[in-house]
Design a protein around this ligand. Sequence first.
Ligand SMILES: C[S@@+](CC[C@H](N)C(=O)[O-])C[C@H]1O[C@@H](n2cnc3c(N)ncnc32)[C@H](O)[C@@H]1O
Length: 258
Amino acid sequence: MKPNKNSQASVAPAEKSTHFGYTEITEDKKTSMVRDVFSSVASHYDLMNDLMSVGIHRLWKMDLIRAINPVIGCNIVDVGGGTGDISLGVLKKQQCRVTVCDINEKMVYAGRDRAINKGVLNVPEWICGDAAALPFPECYADVYVTAFCLRNVTRLADVLLEARRILKPGGHFLCLEFSKVNLRPLDGLYDLYSFQVLPFLGQIVAGDRAAYQYLVESIRKFPNQETFSEMIVKAGLNEVSYRNLSGGIAAIHSAWRL
Ligand SMILES: C[S@@+](CC[C@H](N)C(=O)[O-])C[C@H]1O[C@@H](n2cnc3c(N)ncnc32)[C@H](O)[C@@H]1O
C-alpha cells in the first residue's frame, strides 16, 4: 500500500472509483485500506498527533468541545472517535451519555486502555461501527460530533445522510477536519511541512511512511470549506456555518437538524 500521486490502480470502467489519498481505487477497497492505515498507527497515534501538530491539535479539539457545549444528560455520538480525545474532553466538562463509535477496533482498544491507565472512571462507551451505517436508531443523538474522520470515509454524501438520520430534531452536527489553508505564505510552508516532514516523522516514529503519506494526501482530497458546507446542506442539515482554525489548516463545521 504505497500511495503515489500519479498512480491509477486498476479500476474497471463499470466499477465505481474513489480515491485513497492520490491513488484511484474501486470503492469496495477503500474501507479496508483505511482500516489497515489506522491499525498500523493505533499504538503510536496519540504521540504522533502531538509531534506532527506540535500539540496544536489539542487546542483545536478544545475548540470543538466548547462548540458542543454539552448539557447535562445529553446523548453524544463521537463518530470515528478513535482514542477518544473528544469524548473524554466532553466528559471532563459535563455528565452526559457519550459513545465513541469507530470502525477500527485497535484504535478503540488503544483509547480504552489509555483511559484505564490514566484512572479515568467517567468513561464513554466504546463501540465499533461504520460512519456509513451507524449502529444507532433514527433520532438517537443530541449531538453528532466527528474529528478528523470524515476525510477517510468512502462515500461522504452517504455518511452525512447517516449523520442526519441519527440526530434528533434540534440535534447538532459538528465536524472538525483538516481544510483548505487560506493564508499566504502559510499555504506554501504548510505544503512543504506536510509533504517533506510528516511522512519522514511517520517513518521514524511509527515505522510507517506510507500511512502518513496517505494522511497528507487525504487532507488535500477533502472538499474545501465551502464545498463541504454545500454537501452538508444537501444531506438535509440546516444553518450550516464554519470557523477556520489556524488559517484554515483545520475548520469546524456546524449544522442543525431541524
Ligand atoms: C485521524 S483518526 C481521528 C481519531 C479521533 N477522532 C481524534 O480526533 O483523535 C480517524 C479515525 O476515523 C476512523 N474511521 C475511518 N473511517 C471510518 C468509518 N468509515 N467509520 C468510522 N470510523 C472511521 C479511524 O479508524 C480513526 O480512528
